[in-house]
Design a protein around this ligand. Structure first.
Ligand code: ADP
Ligand code: ASP
Ligand code: MG
Length: 440
């Protein structure tokens, strides 16, 4: 069985929903994971923000606007009167729930409940649409099987067991439809897998059912060799290994949620990235096969903070780095890059929620310098640290101002830390030189 995930744009209009219907209606058994319609999760986050800011009237205006836009979509999507009425009643129930949220004080739990509504809306509407088109499908409520544990990781054992049970309740169905992104936490409250999390839902399900393949259908023809939002003339990459794809996803290639590859890597379940608007395009196949060497792709991760600890005396003492790492561990803050010298150690974090407390504790060791607004630019390819063309990277350094460099942490990754203001220029320069659009 395959798992097919369709992102926000893929379910964002009646035309695209029709494309999705054509792609999935091939008579084979599958699990279909849907995101919220594009723009909906952002609108729901905005509604939660209005509640946080204690401006409930703004929240109610936003709820009404969204409600109207959903009614327009339903009018265009469904011609069957009974299905249309049932769907409008369901959707109205959700919007009434959102209105009751504006009477409450803000809490993270309330926000999680609000942002979960997008996937509930899209899956209900799409299931009704398939019904109208005479295609039999079954809705699997994600909150009945998707759960994270105390450290916010998927509870694989529970998910496998519960998913098997809910799927067994409709054994005759060909198309199981479920919500991406949303889950329960270990207390049983509604939670989520973080923004872009529907990709992660798909691979978690893929691993749970030992799927033959996971397909991620989106609005572009696969993983490109650079970020198409900032660089022109990027190209899709036909094949990536799990390691290469995991590095790119973790270091900012938005097409994949950072954790997408983890659940399927061990079992070697291939992940295929496809374009809903151009299904004939090859896309990208991510598998355990490694193909040609050399730099294959560039990604960038923003909102990075660099921290430098200067302390000649302490650095030479054994156990120093352990003490530094313990501080980050206490504040549940993970470190992405690290470089050391005789007198200082520099490292980067992307979660600066506990930065002040971390700095206060680090000050025990020496002088601390903090640089916010940094970007990690990550170059990825099989064995690039040993590849003969990688020398070009070092010739480019005269043009790109680098704050830190990480070489050799893995064979497949070289990371550069730069000021975010130089990101677009650097991505373009690297693209031109490394992919040989201009010669040095
Ligand atoms: P979906 O809503 O389908 O999950 P996303 O917006 O999350 O889609 O991801 C697709 C987008 O990712 C593309 O439209 C593209 O702008 C962006 N993107 C960033 N880096 C890359 C890359 N290296 N290759 C392809 N797309 C990328
Ligand atoms: N709807 C969620 C988001 O916008 C999850 C997803 O699209 O993958 O982040
Ligand atoms: Mg996405």
């Amino acid at each position: 069985m395959k798992v097919l995930k369709f992102g926000g744009t893929s379910v964002g209009s009646v035309k695209n929903m029709c494309n999705v219907k054509n792609i999935i209606n091939d008579g084979t058994k599958k699990v279909v994971v849907l995101s919220a319609m594009s723009g909906t999760t952002n609108a729901l986050v905005e509604i939660a923000n209005y509640i946080f800011e204690k401006t409930p009237n703004k929240a109610i205006d936003a709820i009404n606007t969204l409600h109207e836009s959903y009614f327009k979509t339903i009018d265009a999507l469904l011609s069957n009167t009974q299905l249309k009425d049932e769907t409008k009643a369901y959707v109205t129930g959700i919007f009434n729930f959102l209105v009751t949220c504006t009477y409450e004080g803000y809490s993270k739990k309330l926000e999680n409940n609000i942002v979960a509504q997008g996937e509930l809306l899209s899956t209900y509407m799409f299931n009704a649409y398939l019904n109208q088109e005479g295609i039999s499908s079954t809705l699997l409520p994600a909150l009945e099987f998707m759960r994270i544990n105390g450290v916010k990781e998927p509870d694989h054992f529970y998910i496998k067991k519960q998913l098997k049970n809910v799927m067994a309740s409709a054994p005759e169905t060909n198309i199981y439809i479920t919500q991406g992104f949303i889950c329960l936490d270990q207390k049983g409250d509604v939670s989520n897998l973080q923004r872009g999390g529907s990709d992660y839902t798909a691979t978690i399900i893929g691993a749970a059912i030992k799927a033959q393949e996971v397909e991620i259908w989106t609005d572009i023809d696969g993983m490109h060799n650079n970020d198409p939002r900032y660089v022109e003339n990027t190209n899709p990459i036909s094949n990536l290994s799990f390691d290469e794809a995991a590095e790119l996803a973790y270091f900012g290639a938005k097409i994949l949620h950072p954790q997408t590859i983890l659940p399927v890597r061990e079992d070697g379940i291939p992940v295929r990235l496809k374009n809903t608007m151009a299904p004939e395009a090859h896309g990208t196949l991510i598998s355990s096969q490694t193909s040609e060497n050399g730099i294959k792709a560039i990604a960038a991760k923003d909102n990075i903070t660099a921290i430098k600890i200067k302390s000649g005396r302490m650095l030479q003492a054994h156990g120093f780095l352990k003490k530094v790492f313990e501080i980050f561990e206490v504040y549940e803050t993970s470190i992405d890059m690290i470089t050391t010298s005789e007198v200082a150690v520099s490292l980067t974090i992307d979660d600066d929620r506990n930065l002040d407390k971390i700095i206060t504790e680090l000050e025990e060791f020496g002088t601390i310098e903090v640089d916010k607004g940094q970007t990690i630019v990550c170059l990825v390819g099989h064995s690039i640290v040993n590849h003969e063309s990688t020398f070009k990277l070092f010739q480019i350094l005269k043009d790109v101002k680098i704050r830190m460099i990480s070489y050799g942490g893995s064979k497949n990754n070289i990371s550069l830390l730069i000021n975010s203001k130089g990101k677009v220029t650097s991505l373009n320069k690297l693209n031109n030189y490394l992919f040989e659009l201009v010669t040095l």
